[in-house]
Design a protein around this ligand. Structure first.
Ligand code: G4P
Length: 526
């Protein structure tokens, strides 16, 4: 197959949702349709159900599972589809943000009973920032949920994206009869059936006089009215607006009952983008360029503590990735090659000989990689758009065993390279502040430092609300600000200065008093 066709064939996307909306169930159903798995239940949820006090074995186990199901590849209708899994747990949201940098589109799952939930809003912010095309699947129609019109309004208001239903439900909960597809003018009948893959379909126009005999007089009438309303209120679906991340087509269904999933997948195959160009600090890189380039978006520790090697997830952005060929590691300015890169086919890992744009390649790593690292065939460029966001919880790391400070340093360095947490160093006394989005990471770090590096630590909570990266066109002013703020200034892993603010108010006040200083809430800025 020609190189161009290899690219055209690929679709790389993530399913995102608030925990419990049905992401795992939908993933599994998509894999069933794709023939990648034969039975339901084969995909394990990577959900972490317990909170901070959970026993660590569970976390370890979950981490193991999420490696196996981090990327799921299957073929469907001549396409090669890569689903990148994202942790649903809020405390691991940063991991999800980074995974979103490696996809070309997203399917967002919403629970029709709960509507748009907090986690969904935050994930969508990241999609909006990157203009990622989004398809929305409203799940659990077999339950009595909110009215579909209210759900659409909520989606538009809370997610700030225009929506366009492509299917429309006929009732909900116990009376749920199915959906009417507005694009292929067909009725899809709902059946509670966990094994049957395809729904019964009747192609029928809404004006057809047979409609009442199929749905009953009342439901047929309601459907006609509601569809008329939709066609009047919502603009027609535009693929262009979808591609630009401005308009999200909406589907209704019930993943657990296999309902609505096939229509979702078929539409996804038709409209979802092929591997896209990606920005770098030098120029955009097109997937069709013949030289390899790509970046690391996720690093996973090995589960076996006797082996320190890790797995780095590399997204191919252009060119062809080949086993045993030397590539240029831009940050380290050295050439490296990989003896056993691998692909992810459901839960199996297999050696990969060549990979194309859109593919995710697993690379064994002995500590060479940080998130965001770029490999090329010699060109000095770094992919951008993989920022760090301000953490939400900050604690000081205190070494409990001075004899083991080397191990602690190494451990902290490696764990933060993996992106488990962000490390900020205060100039004064070299104190280390660790920032995360959830309490759980502190337990994970403490546990891993002890078990993988033999170092003991404790945490001291800090009164910090946000980290803001600071810059200025006037270097003198920046230096002066840094001097003035002393203890509130720390340095991130790339040695960029960061202002650790106690409150929003503090940021506002400092902004007003120091107009020449710019405060940024992500580590990447122009
Ligand atoms: P997540 O990955 O987004 O966290 O959600 P997951 O798929 O694990 O689904 C969360 C719960 O919702 C599961 O129930 C699942 O069976 C259920 N679910 C998924 N799709 C539907 C649907 O279309 N209708 C209904 N009624 N329920 C659905 P659970 O009790 O938490 O887990 P389980 O024991 O059933 O696996």
């Amino acid at each position: 197959m020609s190189y161009q066709n290899e690219i055209k064939k690929r679709r790389t996307f993530a399913i995102i949702s608030h925990p419990d909306a049905g992401k795992t169930t939908l993933t599994e159903k998509l894999l069933l349709f794709g023939g990648a798995i034969q039975t339901a239940g084969a995909v394990k949820s990577n959900k972490i159900k317990k909170t901070a006090t959970s026993d660590f074995m569970e976390i370890e186990k979950q981490r193991g599972i999420s490696v196996a199901t981090s990327v799921m590849t299957f073929e469907y209708r001549d396409l090669l589809i890569n689903i990148l899994d994202t942790p649903g747990h809020k405390d691991f949201a940063e991991d999800t943000y980074r995974t979103l940098t490696a996809v070309d589109s997203v399917i967002l799952v919403i629970d029709c009973v709960k509507g748009v939930e907090e986690q969904t809003e935050r994930l969508m912010e990241v999609c909006r920032m990157r203009k990622t095309p989004v398809i929305i699947f409203i799940n659990k129609l077999d339950r009595e949920g909110q009215s579909p019109f209210d759900l659409l309004d909520e989606l538009e208001n809370k997610l700030q994206i225009r929506v366009r239903p492509l299917t429309w439900p006929i009732n909900m909960g116990a009376n749920f009869k199915g959906v009417y597809s507005l694009y292929d003018k067909s009725l899809y009948f709902f059946q509670v059936n966990k094994t049957k893959i395809e729904a019964d379909v009747v192609e029928i126009g809404l004006d057809d006089e047979k409609l009442p005999s199929l749905l009953g007089e009342r439901d047929a009438g309601t459907l006609r009215e509601e569809v008329e309303l939709i066609e009047g209120v919502y603009d027609p679906f535009s693929e262009e607006a979808y591609d630009a991340g401005e308009l999200a087509p909406v589907f209704f269904g019930s993943a657990i009952n296999n309902f609505g999933v096939k229509e979702l997948l078929d539409t996804f195959c038709e409209i979802s983008p092929t591997p896209q160009a990606r920005p770098t600090d030098v120029r955009p890189v097109e997937p069709t360029e013949d030289k390899l380039s790509g970046f690391i978006f996720k690093i996973h520790a090995n589960l076996d503590p006797r082996h320190r090697d890790r797995i780095a997830f590399f997204r191919v952005c252009s060119g062809k990735f080949e086993r045993r060929k030397f590539y240029h590691h831009v940050r380290l300015n050295k050439d490296i090659r990989f003896a056993s890169p691998f692909t992810f086919m459901a839960s199996d890992k297999s050696i990969l000989e060549e990979g194309f744009p859109g593919d995710v390649v697993g690379l064994y790593d002995t500590g060479n990689f940080k998130i965001g690292d770029t490999l090329t065939e010699g060109e000095d460029l770094m992919f951008s758009g993989i920022p760090n966001f301000s953490p939400e919880i900050f604690k000081e790391l205190v070494n409990l065993d001075p004899m083991k400070s080397k191990q602690l340093d190494k451990g902290v360095q490696q764990l933060t390279d993996e992106g488990v947490a962000q490390l900020f160093t205060l100039e004064l006394g070299n104190r280390r502040i660790v920032g995360t989005v959830g309490e759980l990471q502190f337990d994970v770090i403490q546990h891993r430092l002890e078990h993988e590096y033999g170092a003991k630590c404790r945490w001291v909570p800090m009164n910090i609300d946000r980290a803001c990266w600071i810059t200025s066109d006037d270097k003198k002013k920046l230096d002066e600000f840094i001097r003035m703020k002393g203890n509130q200034i720390a340095y991130d892993k790339d040695n960029k200065p960061v202002f650790l603010a106690e409150s929003e108010w503090m940021i506002r006040m400092n902004r007003e008093n120091n107009p020449e200083i710019k405060f940024h809430f992500t580590s990447e800025f122009k």
